[in-house]
Design a protein around this ligand. Structure first.
Ligand SMILES: C[S@@+](CC[C@H](N)C(=O)[O-])C[C@H]1O[C@@H](n2cnc3c(N)ncnc32)[C@H](O)[C@@H]1O
Length: 459
């Protein structure tokens, strides 16, 4: 079977290469006992409402901070998820919980109780230097990752995989080889003796004071330590998707390669933009992802397609995306906008507050690159259609505002999505088409749902 291909699974077996959209507590309850080899989670601190933060800017960020619940609330929210996660672990599996100073002390106590103090493996400190500067306290530049085994001693730990490689400069010092391997010559440091010279040293048997030297053999790698220095993703990082809480791929690769084996099943129940899934795929592991946010599920599906060359429907599947208007209406406005624009094949605007009446754009695929007379410098490359999304029935004022936004953006065609349209709204759409050659194509949410259901049926 080609790596990454979805495997047929049988009754009693767990389905892999699947992203579940929804609250992980509900999804986890459906997984059988003891089916997972490795779990990594990176849950938000403020209960399950963090998803409103995606792509957000100041207003949403402020709302997020205001809502920081107390620790008790957080712990009460996490406890049932942890109980479910623990249940799904195999006897050989390990569990990694990623958090930071907000909650790490509470989390450790909770994990000791639920996973067992005796099954504690490591408190990994992930250090970095990037981002803001504090001048009134020690800068907070680390995250904490707690690792537990389901059963200490039985758990998978690939020591050699966990070792880090030496630097080239260090390797250069091991110039000699014998039947036991590569070595460098070290002196015992006896005062006045010429025993240790780093360069151009002869094998110790030929040295003037052979007894004062010894051979230091090259180990397979650097001792695996519980503190890791890995830079945060900066704006220029090629893997960066603009997702606020995205973790570096290398961090997940380190965890997965040390604590699982090829073809094992890796689960991330809060998987954001899918870093764990991509790392697991790259390392030849099977995987299951979960996230409550449909936007996150779409982002990770796109990432798996683009970076792992996987095909949705054939190589992996996204399950339980919202399907009814009632479900969609429960989402925060920006989640709803993202859903609608993604479903139309467009790109949501990064700016969600003060978007000046445009929530995203559709980019037609039939663009001609050559410049025609009357077109601007970029010819048709600049061709894109604005989209406006309303989570309520659209009235005449909504259409008026969109017309203004289209004119300001110098577009003569745009798309509108709403639950329904009033008669005045529809009459205005006809009028601007007839009198001002401004084309507004109105979609209802039900039409989009019907289209999505049709295309999924044909997968
Ligand atoms: C800190 S982010 C994870 C980031 C991820 N490690 C990455 O590298 O992209 C936390 C994620 O948990 C999700 N989440 C919050 N509550 C959830 C719940 N009850 N069930 C599943 N996912 C949830 C959020 O939507 C968010 O994407």
């Amino acid at each position: 079977m080609e790596p990454g291909r979805r495997k047929a699974f049988f009754a009693g077996e767990v389905e892999t290469s699947v992203i579940y959209c929804g609250d992980c507590l509900n999804k986890l309850q459906k997984l059988p006992d003891g089916c997972i080899d490795l779990i990594y989670i990176d849950p938000p601190f403020n209960s399950n409402r963090n998803y409103e933060l995606f792509w957000g800017d100041t207003r949403e960020r402020r709302a997020f901070e205001d809502r920081f619940g107390d620790a008790e609330h957080y712990i009460n929210w996490m406890r049932p998820c942890l109980i479910q996660l623990y249940r799904t672990m195999k006897a050989t599996s390990s569990f990694y919980y990623h958090c930071d100073w907000h909650a790490s002390h509470y989390v450790k106590v909770l994990l000791d109780l639920l996973m067992g103090f005796d099954n504690f493996l490591s408190e990994i400190v992930w250090c970095y230097r990037e981002r803001g500067i504090a001048k009134r306290w020690w800068n907070r530049k680390h995250d904490t990752i707690f690792a537990y085994a389901k059963k200490l001693g039985k758990h998978t730990f690939n020591y050699r995989e966990a070792m880090e490689s030496y630097s080239d400069d260090y390797l250069k010092k091991f110039k000699y080889v014998d039947e036991k391997g590569r070595y460098m010559i070290r002196g015992k440091g006896v005062k006045g003796s010429p025993v240790y010279k780093a360069d151009g040293l002869a094998p110790d048997a030929e040295l003037k004071y052979p007894g004062l030297t010894y051979r230091q053999y090259l180990n397979s790698g650097i001792l695996p330590l519980d503190w890791w220095i890995i830079p945060l993703l900066n704006k220029a990082a090629s893997e960066r998707l603009g997702y606020p809480t995205q973790k570096p791929l290398i961090l997940l690769e380190k965890i997965i390669s040390a604590s699982s084996n090829s073809n094992d099943i890796v689960l991330d129940a809060f998987c954001g933009c899918g870093t764990t899934l991509v790392a697991a795929h790259k390392l030849g592991r099977r995987w299951i992802g979960m996230d409550i946010s449909p936007t996150a599920c779409r982002v990770m599906a796109k990432r798996l397609k683009e970076t792992c060359n996987l095909k949705e429907g054939r190589d992996f599947i996204v399950r339980d995306m919202p399907k009814t208007i009632e479900e969609l209406l429960k989402y925060p406005p920006f989640e709803f906008q993202n859903w609608a624009i993604n479903a139309l094949g467009g790109v949501p605007s990064a700016r969600k507050v003060a978007d000046y009446g445009i929530d995203g754009y559709l980019y037609p695929s039939d663009v001609e690159i050559s410049k025609k007379e009357g077109e601007n410098l970029f010819g048709q490359i600049d061709r894109r259609f604005p989209v406006q999304v309303k989570q309520h029935p659209a009235g005449r004022p909504d259409i008026d505002k969109f017309e203004t936004a289209m004119r300001r953006d110098r577009r003569d065609k745009g798309f509108f999505v709403a639950i329904s349209y009033s008669d005045q709204a529809l009459r205005e759409i006809e009028r601007v088409q007839r009198e001002e050659c401004l084309t507004i194509i109105p979609f209802t949410v039900q039409q989009i749902i019907d289209e999505e259901t049709k295309s999924e049926g044909g997968m």
